[in-house]
Design a protein around this ligand. Sequence first.
Ligand SMILES: [Zn+2]
Length: 62
Amino acid sequence: MIAALAQPPHRTAEWQCTKCSVTNRKLVPKQTAVTDDRCLACHAKHLVWVGTRPVRWNAEAR
Ligand SMILES: [Zn+2]
């Protein structure tokens, strides 16, 4: 069996909160282009999408 290889690769989406400027990180599947997350500090919900640099993602409050 190749169950161990079936685990999809993940990467870290790093995004900056537009409300309080805290940097948040979320582990997402490697193919993910858009996700949503909640700021750890102020709990504002954000739409997060991949940026020109693969580590720093764009974020917009929603
Ligand atoms: Zn925040």
